[in-house]
Design a protein around this ligand. Structure first.
Ligand code: SF4
Length: 242
């Protein structure tokens, strides 16, 4: 089992996260959790399902995920007897993009990459969030330059609802301490040098000492590295909710 430098901080963020999830379930129903099936999201999955909170868990099945990531759907079913809801891109939009630009045109420019993310992630996310009062993500502040101002609760202007990042204050060590101490299943890619996992063609393993998001869209500048799920009018918006 992993050890922690600051157990008091861990106890505090864990208690706060449990409280946040309970508050979301009672005050913001219907609420949903957008899981990428990566380590942080497995912490939240475990907390939500063990407490039997009425928060639906869904995932964006982009059609370009690793087999290991898709395998997490089976692990969750086996461990919790829970079926993660899947939202997929519109087939016609994918076909148009591929026939017009090519299957992997996202390597050609930031615009082509964002268009692929819009079709495969942003539009399905809008469908998943329709009619909901709040959504939850597993983002952490320490993950990258684009997430340094992350708050636990934010006004999501684009989707006109509240957005919660209950793990905003967690460290990477604390995430792994939780997963290991609670025997939570996790994506085997994490043991192969992938701290952050997205679509297969847009994610690579990183070297020791590299930023944890360095393996995502590694051919782009750090400032452009978000998929559009956390962006309004082309800008990352961080508005702390009252
Ligand atoms: S991460 Fe890559 S493959 Fe996945 S939707 Fe974005 S550009 Fe497309």
């Amino acid at each position: 089992m992993s050890t922690l430098q600051d157990t008091a901080h861990y106890d505090a963020v864990l208690a706060a996260t449990r409280q946040t999830l309970e508050r979301i379930a009672t005050e913001f129903a219907p609420a949903v959790f957008a899981s990428s099936l990566a380590a942080e999201d497995m912490v939240l999955t475990d907390l939500i399902l063990r407490a039997a909170l009425p928060i639906q868990i869904f995932s964006l099945e982009t059609g370009r995920l690793h087999a290991e990531t898709l395998g997490m759907l089976d692990r969750i079913r086996e461990t919790y007897d829970y079926e993660v809801a899947l939202y997929k891109p519109e087939a016609a939009a994918v076909e148009h993009y591929v026939s017009t630009h090519g299957l992997n045109a996202f390597y050609d420019s930031v615009e082509m990459r964002k268009e692929c993310c819009r079709i495969r992630k942003v539009e399905p996310l809008k469908r998943a969030l329709a009619g909901k009062k709040a959504w939850i993500t597993g983002q952490r502040r320490a993950q990258s330059t684009t997430r340094s101002e992350l708050h636990v609760q934010e006004d999501d202007i684009a989707h006109a609802m509240q957005k919660f990042n209950p793990l905003a204050d967690w460290t990477e060590d604390e995430v792994w301490h939780y997963l290991r101490s609670q025997s939570v299943p996790y994506n085997p890619l994490h043991d192969k040098g992938y701290p952050s996992i997205g679509c297969e063609p847009c994610t690579r393993a990183i070297q020791p000492g590299e930023d944890v998001r360095a393996g995502r869209w590694w051919w782009e500048n750090p400032e452009s590295k978000e998929c559009g799920l956390h962006v309004v009018d082309g800008k990352l918006i961080r508005i702390k909710s009252a």
